[in-house]
Design a protein around this ligand. Structure first.
Ligand code: SAM
Length: 225
C-alpha cells in the first residue's frame, strides 16, 4: 500500500543511518528532500538512485496537496530533511497532518535526531524533559523564557552559534546563574564538544571562545521542593 514514510538521516556522521532507512530510501518511488544538493551527498554515498524532489518550508504549503494526490494515486514517498528527523524543527508536520486528514498512511522510522544524544549525554535528568526547539529570534523570546521559569523538567533548546552567548545570558537571568546546563556542539562530528557547568560559567566560556557549528543547549529544570 502507498504511504508517506519519514526517514531520519545522519546529523553529522554518514554512518549514523539504519539499514531500514537505506532500504526505504532505495525502494521509495520518490524522495522529498529539504535541500536536494545536501540529500544527493547522502544518496550518492549509499548509491541510492531514487528520484529526488525539493520540499522545504518555502514551498511546503503549495506542494502538500500535490504530494498527497501522488500518494493517493499509489506511489510511496519518503521525506527527509537536511539532518535528523523530519518534523523536528524541520519541515514535515504539515505534510503528516494533511496526509492523516486525507486518510493516507504515514510511517516514521526511528533514527537520528540531535536532541536525544544531547540530553542523554548531558548528565541531567532525562526521565522527563521538554523540547523547546529554537527560541524566537527577536519578539517573544523573553516571554518564552519567562514561561519556563517554573519548569521542573530538563529543558532542551536548539540554538545558532551566533546567539549562544546571548541565549545563555538570558537563561541565566531567567533561571538563575547557578542553574546546571550542558552545551553540546557538533554532535557525532570530528570536533564534537560537550561542556557542562552553570549557565554563568557556560556564558563566560563561550564568550571567551566563540563557538562554531551546530548547538543544543540542555538546562536542568527548577528543583522541586
Ligand atoms: N531535524 C533535526 C533533528 O532531528 O534534530 C533538527 C534540525 S534544526 C533545522 C537544526 C538544529 O538542530 C541545529 O541548529 C542544532 O541546534 C541542532 N543540531 C543538528 N545537528 C546537530 C549536531 N550535529 N550537533 C548539535 N546540534 C545539532
Amino acid at each position: 500500500m502507498s504511504k508517506l514514510i519519514l526517514v531520519p538521516t545522519p546529523i553529522g556522521n554518514l554512518k549514523d543511518i539504519t539499514f531500514r532507512a537505506l532500504e526505504v530510501l532505495g525502494n521509495a518511488d520518490l524522495i522529498l528532500a529539504e535541500d536536494t544538493r545536501q540529500a544527493s551527498k547522502l544518496l550518492n554515498h549509499y548509491n541510492i538512485r531514487t528520484p529526488l524532489q525539493s520540499h522545504h518550508m518555502f514551498n511546503e504549503h503549495k506542494s502538500v496537496e500535490t504530494v498527497c494526490a501522488k500518494i493517493a494515486g499509489g506511489i510511496t514517498i519518503a521525506l527527509i530533511s537536511d539532518a535528523g528527523t523530519p518534523g523536528i524543527s524541520d519541515p514535515g508536520f504539515l505534510l503528516v497532518r494533511t496526509c492523516l486528514e486525507k486518510g493516507l498512511e504515514v510511517e516514521t522510522l526511528p533514527g537520528p535526531t540531535a536532541l536525544i544524544p544531547a540530553i542523554v549525554n548531558s548528565g541531567l535528568p532525562c526521565d522527563r524533559f521538554c523540547f523547546e526547539g529554537f527560541l524566537p529570534q527577536k519578539k517573544g523570546r523573553n516571554k518564552r523564557l519567562s514561561g519556563l521559569v517554573d519548569e521542573a523538567r530538563t529543558m532542551v533548546f536548539y540554538e545558532s552559534p551566533y546567539r549562544l552567548v546571548k541565549a545563555l545570558n538570558e537563561m541565566a537571568e531567567h533561571f538563575g546563574p547557578d542553574r546546571e546546563a550542558c552545551v553540546s556542539r557538533e554532535l557525532s562530528k570530528i570536533y564534537e564538544e560537550n561542556v557542562r557547568g552553570s549557565l554563568a560559567f557556560l556564558a563566560e566560556y563561550y564568550n571567551e571562545k566563540p563557538p562554531k557549528g551546530e548547538i543544543v543547549i540542555v538546562v536542568a529544570g527548577k528543583k522541586e521542593k
